[in-house]
Each structure stands twice: as C-alpha cells, then as structure tokens.
Design a binder for this molecule. Structure first.
Ligand SMILES: [Zn+2]
Ligand SMILES: [Zn+2]
Length: 643
C-alpha cells in the first residue's frame, strides 16, 4: 500500500507505507540526503529514521532550518553528556536542551571542581566520540523500565523527571555508550558534528529553584563545518568589541549613576550631540512628511491612564503613583505618549477636512523593569521615543502607511542599515471575538498594510494571530553588520484608543465618526536605537552624525597657534571638533584620535602653517595628503550633508 507525501513545493509523491524521512530525502537527491538532519511531519519535528505510516505533508530539515539546528544542537548535548560520562564516571544529569545558539547540559559532578582545563578535556572527548558516527537510536520504554534504568544508574534527577511523565509516552535515545531520557528528535548520527566548542560553565539550580541543589551548567556550540564555527567565534569576538556599553564608555557617550538610579541613562556631552543630531534629522524628515510637533508633560493624572487602559497594564506592576501633598491628586510617570496626544486631538472639534492629523513628540516615558532585566541602553527604565500618532479617516490608512514606510526606509538608508524585512501581523481569523474594532475595517486595514508594503517593495511575511487586540501592525526587522536581527520601527493601527477617548470628527455627511489612530516610531526608543547603531557601525558614525567630526593635531607646541586658527575657522563653519594641544608626540595624538574614532584628523606643522594647509588623515583609511584648508572644507561639507 502507498501513502501520499506532500512536499513544501506543493508536489505530491507516493511512497510505500512505513517510508522513512531518510528514504524520502534519498529519493529526492543524494545531495539532500547527505545534509538532512531531521524531518517535519505534519508540523511535528521527528527523526529521519522513523517510519511514516499515513498521508502527510513533510519538510526535510537541514542546517539552514531552525528545526535542523534544533536537532543538531540537541544531539550535541547528548554527545557532550556521553563525553562527560566517559571522563567522570558517576556524573548525574539534569536537563540538556538546545538553545538559540548551541546547547547546554546541567550536570551534577558530585562536588568535583570544573575549570577551563576540564572544559578543554571534555571538548576533545566530544570530538573523538563524534568521529565514531554513532547513530541515535530511539526506543519506547515503559515507565517502570525507565525508572529501573535510572535507579540502577543512580540518577535522581532523571528519576524525578520520569515521575512527572505519563506511562506510554516515555522514550529513550541511545548513542554509543550513552542512554538518555528524551523525546527527541535527533540527527542520524554523531558524524555530522564536525566542529565543537565548549564555551563556558555556570551554576544553575535544579529546576531553577534556589531551594534545590546547584548544578554545573556547561554551554557549548557545534557546527557541521569547521569554517562555520570559526565565523561564529569571530562574530562573538567582534560583538564584544562593539558592545555599546563598552564603546559608550570609551567614546564618552553615556553613563549610569547608582544615585540617579538603575536603568536611567545619563547622556554625556558627546552622546547628547549624537542624540540631538538624530533628533534634528528626524524632525526635518517629519516636517517634510506633514507632522506637527507637540510637547507633553512627563506625568499624567491617573484617570488619563484608567481611560486609556494603561493603568491596568502599567499600574500596580510599574512605578507607583506620585501624590500631591494637599489636593490628594495622583499622577503616574508617563508610560506611553498616546493618551496625552489623544487629549490634544480632543482639544477642539475636528472635521474630516482636518484629517490626517499627525502629532509628533520626542516623548520620554518611564516603565518599571526588574533590575535583572536592565541592560545598557537596550533595556532601561526611562527612554525617549521618536513617537507620533496619526489620526485619520479609515480610507486614509493605506496612504498613511505608505508615507510612514517611506520615512522608516529613509532612516534605514541614512544610517546604513541595508538589510531588512518586515512582518505584517494579522488577526487570528478563528477567534475574531478577541479583537476590538469593526470586522470590515480590520479586513481592509490588513489588506492595505500588505498593499502598502508591496508598493514599496518590502520583503514581508504575514503572520496570523500576531496582531495586538486593538489593531494590525507592520514590524521591521533589521540585520546589523554582524548579522544579528533587531526589531526597529513598528507601525501600529489602533481602533481601541479612539474608542476609549471617544475621539470624533465630523464627516462630509455631517455625522460624527471615529478616526483611526496609527502609532509609529521609526527609531523606537532613542536609547535602544543608539545602542543598535553603535554596535552596527562599531562606533564609526556617519560623518554628519559624529559628535566630533575633526581633530586638529599640531605636531608640536610651536604650531598650537596655527592649530587654534584652524579649529576656530572650522567651528565658525559649524564643523564639530577639537584641538589637541597637549604636549604629546604626534604619534600619540593620532592614536588617541583613532581610538576616539574621530573621522578626520588634521595634522599641522611647519609646512602646513606656512602654506595655510592641513595634512588630512581619515579614520581607518590613513593619509589623504595635504590640502589648503579651504579645499578640505569644501570636500568635507559635501560628505557631511545631513541626509
Ligand atoms: Zn534529549
Ligand atoms: Zn502610541
């Protein structure tokens, strides 16, 4: 008897009942079979060796699929466990899952210390075992059999796990000399694991409970090719060098103070310059796009947030209300700018002719984050959004989306983010009751967001069920120079706040209507955006954005006067920079300016001062020869134009 197997390209092939994933892969091509790691059968990730006994749709998983990596790293965790058991007989095992990058295993080494040398020894053992090409064999076991096995082995952690499982649902996997309690799936054999790096060791309480014993968590990562491991390690190193917390300190952009409070960044003069340049850039783009700037306070009455619904979300789980001494008023630190903007909209009657109204504010908001969640500028407790709210008629939604997409793409292009995709978040069609807003408006907005994205040539994926309860949205995912993904620039339709604030406009029919609200913030938060930008460009900001654009470096104190003349002239022309008139060797001055990542260094000495010239050095590029100061300025100004 045959079964029908549907492939991802839509084709259907017939195979005998009991065909395995590996047999299907081979029937497609030997090349595919060589790189197949697992198979998805009707949405379930499984071993390639398991028979398929009914009509199914399948996808063969290779290293390029998340499912392939999952099986690969999960199998690697088992292999590391085998290596540990070979080197440390009697070691007990907790859990060993794959993670976003690699895998770990929590182990009880019976109190043995475990350091870097041990890590290297285990790594070597893993490499040795991998070469044996041991298959991962799956076996159904009864609960009793499973308990007997681990009781005999003396592993109380596995016994505890088995006790929480249903009889009939338990499987073992064995490779080489190691057997584990495991649901799978696994790769065909250990020989696929060609590159291994055990990364580090940490303590972890059994089951995450501090009342339990502290186990040793060993992290590792593996790859099918040595080259891929090398690339991964290179990127890790590079990411460390580019860490915005490290560069933020070195470039004197921002700092934190315990007294001011955790997660509340202090912008230093150079960071402030950078931030102000970004704000000016956005302000200009927004004026062109028809936005009106507004300013609103950092706090708002409690009832404002009760109306908006934010009190429910941010109330008791966030910063607590501020009370006035006499009047008994209650204020909340602003967690969102939208309610304030709704009140601005309501400040006078609106006609359909007034719409769209686009209110923009660099609005600072405060949200409580647990101290353990805080991270540099990417997770903070106070941050400024380049926020705006567009109030429009339903038939204007598409045109507004197109305009906002243009603005977001302008930001990406100007700041060197070339690699991005977008996600259209739609309703869950099977559960429409979950969402606020009229059915036909949702259908229309969802369709139009997609059309707007298509018109602008965006690569999109549409995901059902990802929309907020109050409206569909478009999210941008940006890849930085190290290939890491960041979500930047959400455009969100909102049917909820206009309802809650009873926003209205008088239509051409003289009747009252509800406007649609669109939230959008191309940078998102300036803090997080600056962090992403620092790591993306490694602190080498575009010239128009650099806090210091030039450094004037006299080769000795004799030329400080000429240096002063040069810097004064440049400052008059709105060029930002400084004169390094320290009593230091020129080599040292150049090195320091390089570390500060100053784009242009202007070296001045005997010849330069006599001829009214500067010797130009570009950061990362080296010597560009000597130019008349005026020639340099002309070239500089062309390059430094704000986009
Ligand atoms: Zn497992
Ligand atoms: Zn908003």
């Amino acid at each position: 008897m045959n079964i029908k197997i549907s492939l991802p390209d839509g084709s259907v092939r017939e195979y005998p009942v009991g065909v395995t994933g590996m047999e299907i892969a081979k029937s497609i091509s030997e090349g595919l079979a060589r790189v197949s790691l697992a198979i998805e059968v009707n949405g379930e990730l499984r071993d390639l060796s398991r028979p398929i006994d009914k009509d199914s749709s399948i996808k063969i998983m290779t290293w390029n699929d998340a499912g392939g990596k999952y099986a690969f790293w999960h199998s690697s965790a088992h292999l590391m466990a085998e290596a540990l058991e070979a080197l440390y007989p009697g070691v007990k095992f907790g859990i060993g899952p794959p993670i976003e990058n690699g895998f770990y295993y929590d182990v009880d080494l019976g109190g043995r210390p475990f350091g870097d040398d041990d890590l290297a020894a285990v790594e070597n053992k893993v490499k040795e075992l991998a070469k044996r090409e041991s298959t991962f064999a799956r076996r159904d076991v009864s609960k009793k059999e499973a308990l007997d096995y681990f009781t005999k082995k003396g592993d109380e952690y596995k016994i505890e796990l088995i006790n929480g499982l249903e009889d009939g649902s338990i499987t073992f996997y064995q490779q080489g000399n190691f057997t584990d309690l495991c649901k799978g799936p696994h790769i065909p054999h250990t020989g696929f694991i060609k590159a291994v790096k055990l990364l580090n060791v940490a303590g972890a309480y059994w089951r995450g409970d501090e009342k339990n014993k502290m186990l040793t968590r060993i992290y590792g990562i593996t790859f099918p090719k040595q080259k891929e491991l090398e690339e991964y390690l290179f990127i890790q190193e590079e990411a460390k060098k580019r860490d915005h917390r490290k560069l933020g300190k070195e470039l004197e952009l921002f700092t934190f103070s315990e007294k001011v409070g955790m997660g509340l960044p202090l912008w230093l003069p150079k960071g402030t310059l950078l931030r102000e340049r970004l704000e000016q850039f956005m302000r200009r783009a927004q004026v062109k796009a028809g936005y009106d700037p507004v300013v609103t306070p950092h706090i708002g009455g409690k009832s404002l947030y009760v109306t908006s619904g934010h009190y429910e979300k941010y109330g008791k789980d966030s910063f607590q209300p501020i009370h006035t001494p006499d009047e008994g008023e209650e204020f909340l630190l602003k967690p969102m700018n939208c309610p304030h903007h709704c009140e601005i909209y309501k400040s006078k009657p609106r006609s359909y002719r007034d719409l769209p109204i686009r209110l923009a504010e660099f609005g600072t908001v405060y949200r409580y984050e647990q101290s353990g969640e805080l991270h540099g500028l990417t997770r903070v407790r106070g941050f400024t959004q380049d926020d705006a709210h567009i109030f429009c008629r339903p038939e204007q939604v598409k045109a507004e989306f197109v305009k906002v997409i243009d603005l977001v793409l302008h930001v990406f292009k100007s700041l060197g983010f070339e690699n991005y995709t977008a996600q259209v978040s739609l309703r869950d069609r099977t559960n429409k009751a979950k969402y606020i807003g009229e059915d036909h408006l949702w259908d229309k907005a969802e369709r139009e967001i997609q059309e707007a994205a298509d018109e602008r040539g965006l690569k999109t994926v549409a995901v059902e069920g990802e929309a907020a309860f109050y409206g569909p949205k478009l999210d941008f995912m940006v890849r930085d120079a190290l290939g890491r993904s960041w979500q930047l620039g959400t455009i969100q339709v909102d049917y909820n706040l206009p309802e809650r604030f009873e926003l209205e406009y008088v239509g051409s029919d003289n009747q009252k209507h509800r406007p649609v609200m669109i939230h959008r913030a191309p940078f998102g938060s300036l803090e997080r955006f600056v962090a992403v930008l620092i790591e993306h460009c490694a602190g080498n900001f575009p010239l128009w954005l650099s806090p210091d654009q030039i450094a004037v470096l006299p080769i000795s104190e004799r030329f400080n006067d000429y240096g002063q003349l040069v810097i004064d002239k440049l400052k008059e022309l709105d060029i930002r920079g400084f004169l390094d008139d320290r009593d230091e060797k020129i080599g040292r001055k150049i090195r320091d300016a390089e570390v500060q990542k100053v784009p242009y260094m202007l070296i001045v000495g005997e010849r330069e001062s006599a001829e009214g010239k500067v010797s130009v050095r570009r950061h990362g590029k080296g010597d560009l020869g000597s130019l008349l100061l005026k020639e340099f300025v002309d070239q500089f100004r062309i390059e430094a134009v704000t986009p």
